[in-house]
Design a protein around this ligand. Structure first.
Ligand SMILES: [Fe+2]
Ligand SMILES: [Fe+2]
Length: 277
């Protein structure tokens, strides 16, 4: 799908034209290497949504409601996120060869977009999708809060709103499949945990690796470099992550009673504050 197609064939709530690109404060982004890495990595992953959409469409092929929404709304919006982040990166860092780096990323990343990497049941896959959307909603909220450039804040806010809506859709489909498949809470927990571990896994690593290699030609990229980059990235975003919102979204598919959930959220938030972020 091209940028032009995105404009005509979509139900999205905002478009590339809604972003005041000419007012970007590039000066505010000088020496923001962590933000540069984060934005390029996010643009790579979002813009590759079409590859992953094919897997989801095949997995849910006989469910018209789900496939229509995926094709007509979800994919469009995720691609719009990718195109808008790409445009932002190219405006602020015109010296960076986005296209070339993306091709290197894609040749490696496409191996990880396989049908057999989806969850074993549809309800579990929907629960896993909720984790992904929770992750992106939290991430763009943080980005919107910490950005020194108001245009990036606005862009991240638009994307964040889309991700929250995606979560609601996947959660709605999750409830439907949980009921017809009779999914146990243990299976849901397994899917949530599995996907949560993956959030910090291959997707980000491959993207960050290619961005790093493009920025530092001739350098080695190993786990020490990655660990160091991650530490710097976490230091940048940790204070801005909406932890309580993230945890509520994460545990919602478990269907805990309101009392248990109310008690669990601050405990998990406290734990996450000292471990995850
Ligand atoms: Fe997205
Ligand atoms: Fe999304």
């Amino acid at each position: 799908m091209t940028v032009a197609e995105l404009k005509i064939n979509s139900h999205q709530r905002w478009t590339l034209e809604d972003i005041p690109w000419h007012t970007i404060q590039s000066d505010a982004m000088v020496n923001q290497e962590e933000l540069f890495n984060i934005l390029v990595a996010a643009s790579f992953i979002e813009i590759t949504t079409d590859l992953f959409t094919r897997n989801l469409l095949e997995y849910f092929s006989d469910d018209k409601e789900v496939t229509l929404w995926l094709e007509q709304h979800w994919e469009h919006e995720e691609l719009l996120h990718g195109y808008s982040l790409k445009r932002y990166v190219q405006t602020v860092w015109p010296e960076f060869d986005w296209e070339r780096t993306y091709q290197a990323f894609l040749s490696e990343y496409s191996n990880y977009c396989r049908l057999d990497l989806l969850e074993p049941t549809r309800s579990m896959e929907m629960a896993a999708r909720c984790v992904v959307e929770m992750g992106t909603a939290s991430y763009y909220t943080a980005l919107s809060r910490l950005s020194p450039d108001p245009v990036l804040s606005m862009l991240a806010h638009h994307i964040r709103e889309d991700e929250v809506r995606h979560y609601k859709h996947f959660y709605h489909y999750f409830l439907r499949y949980r009921q017809c498949e009779g999914t146990s809470r243990t299976s849901v927990l397994k899917a949530l945990w599995h996907r949560l571990k993956m959030i910090d896994g291959e997707d980000g690593l491959i993207a960050i690796k290619h961005v790093y290699l493009a920025r530092h030609p001739g350098h080695q990229f190993d786990k020490h470099v990655y660990r160091d980059l991650r530490k710097r990235y976490q230091h940048k975003v940790r204070r801005h992550i909406p932890l309580e919102m993230s945890i509520k979204m994460l545990i919602k598919p478990l269907g805990l009673s309101p009392r248990v959930q109310h008690a669990a959220v601050p405990i998990l938030a406290g734990l996450a504050r000292h471990t995850v972020v």
